[in-house]
Write a protein of this length. Structure first.
Length: 185
C-alpha cells in the first residue's frame, strides 16, 4: 500500500511539473477575451478561422515574427521567449488549440463576454460590453504581454484574405507538408 501511494505521489508530482497553462480552460478563455478586446480596435469582426489563427500565433508569435522584424524587440521586451515551452511540434499544438476554440468561444458566449454573428457568410465573434469590462480587469504582466502580441500578430493577419489563412498557417508552422496534410491543415 505504501509503495502504491509513493508511486501515485510521484505520478502526481510529475504531472504538476509539466503544467501547461494552455491546458487550463480559464487561461484559454482569458486569452480569447484579451484577443477579442484587442482586435475590436482593428474594426474587424474575426471569423472562426481567423480567430483560430490569431489565437495560436499570438500565443506563439516567434513562429511569425523573425529577429530582423521591427516588432521582434517589442515582443522580447514584453516577455515572450523565442524558446518554446513545450516539446510538441507547432503543427500539433495548432491542431489541439484549434479543436478547443469552438468550445471556448461557446463558453465566452454563455458567460455573456462574446456575441456570435455572421458577416459575408462567415461566423464572426465580437466582444460584448461585459467582456470588455472583464478584459479590462486582466492586468497581469502576461496579460499585458499577450495584448502586445495580439496587436503585432493581428496587424500581420488582418492583411491576409480569409481564403489564404490556411496557406498563412502552413507557411508559418514550418512543418513537414505531409504532417500538415495528416493534421488536415
Amino acid at each position: 500500500m505504501v509503495t502504491a501511494m509513493a508511486s501515485g505521489s510521484k505520478a502526481k508530482e510529475k504531472l504538476e511539473r509539466y503544467f501547461r497553462p494552455e491546458d487550463q480552460e480559464e487561461f484559454r478563455l482569458a486569452q480569447l477575451l484579451l484577443l477579442l478586446d484587442v482586435v475590436k480596435g482593428f474594426r474587424v469582426d474575426p471569423s472562426l478561422e481567423r480567430l483560430g489563427v490569431l489565437d495560436f500565433f499570438a500565443a506563439n508569435p516567434f513562429l511569425v515574427i523573425e529577429p530582423n522584424d521591427p516588432e521582434y524587440r517589442d515582443l522580447v521586451l514584453a516577455g515572450f521567449s523565442v524558446k518554446p515551452l513545450t516539446y510538441a511540434s507547432p503543427g500539433h499544438r495548432f491542431v489541439t488549440r484549434r479543436s478547443r476554440l469552438q468550445n471556448d468561444l461557446a463558453l465566452l458566449t454563455a458567460y455573456g463576454f462574446a456575441t456570435p454573428d455572421t458577416d459575408s457568410g462567415h461566423r464572426v465573434y465580437k466582444i460584448s460590453d461585459a467582456g470588455q469590462v472583464a478584459a479590462g480587469r486582466l492586468s497581469s504582466i502576461y496579460a499585458q504581454a499577450y495584448r502586445v502580441s495580439v496587436d503585432v500578430i493581428a496587424n500581420r493577419i488582418r492583411k491576409v484574405a480569409e481564403n489564404k489563412l490556411s496557406e498563412f498557417s502552413r507557411e508559418h508552422l514550418k512543418a513537414d507538408p505531409a504532417m500538415l496534410d495528416l493534421l488536415n491543415l
